[in-house]
Design a protein around this ligand. Structure first.
Ligand code: PMP
Length: 347
């Protein structure tokens, strides 16, 4: 019969407000476009590509380049159309009907959706009031639900708060679930759990080019894990899902990743300045962030949202979301953009 499969009635197509804000601080992007010198290199490479041919089906060249950066082999790497594709595929491969997927809440809103799409039971575990994680509570929930997957986001979106690497190791060491650490924002933090990959076969790390490397337009992310994990997820990934233009672009950007040091340093300077300035406003709480965004809470949040919007500043309003009452997420922009934010909220 021509009806949607069961479970879809609880989901809505993903949508964000597609307003072309003059100042866009709503999607955790890099506020600066790719440096022109790198863009030129990319465009020269793209001009040489045969557009009539399918991309390498296994993305071997980019996998090998990334693997070398970690002392791994290409078999330990999967490439996806954004890390989104990899996280979804992972839920299909290791979730499924009758299984549970555990993740802290609030965290990246797509985790629960990927779990549902995979026909698995989403099991959100509430973070502490300061958005730190109670590892024993998470492990107990995973045990009770016999979870096949635990998704951790480090640093966490949308709170910006980090999980200390020792806490992640404690979780991985004390569960039989597959633990996936989504390190979409790790470049802003500097710490990673990649060094644990050889020690724990139940660990996988997801990364993206969309944030620190400013490549959100190209849609590319990757997973690092043991070969048995990458082989299994490879079974559910679509062939040719990452196009040849993106593969070539990502390879150039990965090889030039040191060039992003200045942009990371600028983000960190601006983040500290914004944390202090916003935190000095009466009634405002700014959570400690190691990312390129800040979670800001205020009793007068709707007035703040209105002032930002009047000045053409797009932010992400979470003020009615569970666990995020009166909170908004503001991306760290350029110094001028951040100045505009401060002027708007203090007006
Ligand atoms: N994980 C987290 C925590 C994110 O915030 C995002 C993007 N907002 C993603 C994964 C997906 O990123 P992409 O698909 O662009 O790689």
């Amino acid at each position: 019969m021509f009806v949607p499969r069961s479970g879809l009635e609880t989901l809505k197509p993903y949508s964000v407000e597609e307003i072309q804000w003059p100042i866009r601080l709503d999607a955790n992007e890099n506020p600066n476009d790719m440096p022109q010198a790198i863009k030129t290199k990319i465009l020269e490479k793209l001009a040489e590509l045969p557009f009539n041919r399918y991309p390498e089906i296994s993305a071997q060249s980019l996998k090998t380049t990334i693997a070398a950066g970690f002392g791994l082999t290409a078999a330990n790497v999967l490439i996806g159309n954004g890390s989104s594709e990899i996280l979804e595929a992972l839920c299909y491969a290791f979730g499924g009907a009758g299984r549970s997927i555990v993740y802290p809440s609030p965290s990246f809103s797509m985790y629960g959706i990927y779990a549902k799409l995979a026909d698995s039971q989403p099991v959100p575990v509430a973070l502490n009031a300061d958005y730190t994680l109670d590892a024993d509570k998470l492990l107990a929930a995973a045990k009770e639900a016999a979870a096949s997957v635990i998704l951790l986001c480090n640093p966490n979106n949308p709170t910006g708060v980090v999980l200390p690497p020792a806490q992640i190791e404690y979780i991985v060491a004390n569960t039989k679930s597959l633990v996936v650490v989504d390190e979409a924002y790790h470049e802003f933090y500097g710490k990673s759990s990649v060094n644990l990959l050889g020690k724990y076969p139940n660990l996988a790390i997801a990364r993206t080019f969309s944030k620190a490397y400013g490549l959100a337009a190209a849609r590319v992310g990757y997973l690092l894990a043991g070969e048995d994990i990458t082989q299994t997820i490879g079974k559910v990934l679509l062939p040719y899902s990452v196009n040849a233009l993106t593969l070539a672009t990502a390879e150039i950007v990965y090889n030039l990743r040191q060039e992003f040091a200045a942009s990371l340093a600028a983000n960190s300077r601006e983040r500290e300045r914004m944390t202090a300035a916003l935190g000095a406003i009466a009634g405002v709480t700014v959570y400690p962030s190691q990312t390129n965004f800040l979670l800001v809470k205020s009793d007068t949040i709707s007035a703040m949202v209105a002032r930002l919007s009047t000045r053409g500043i797009g932010i992400r309003d979470f003020s009615t979301a569970p666990g995020l009452t009166n909170c908004i997420r503001i991306g760290i922009g350029t110094p001028d953009e951040n100045k505009a934010v401060l002027e708007a909220v203090t007006a």
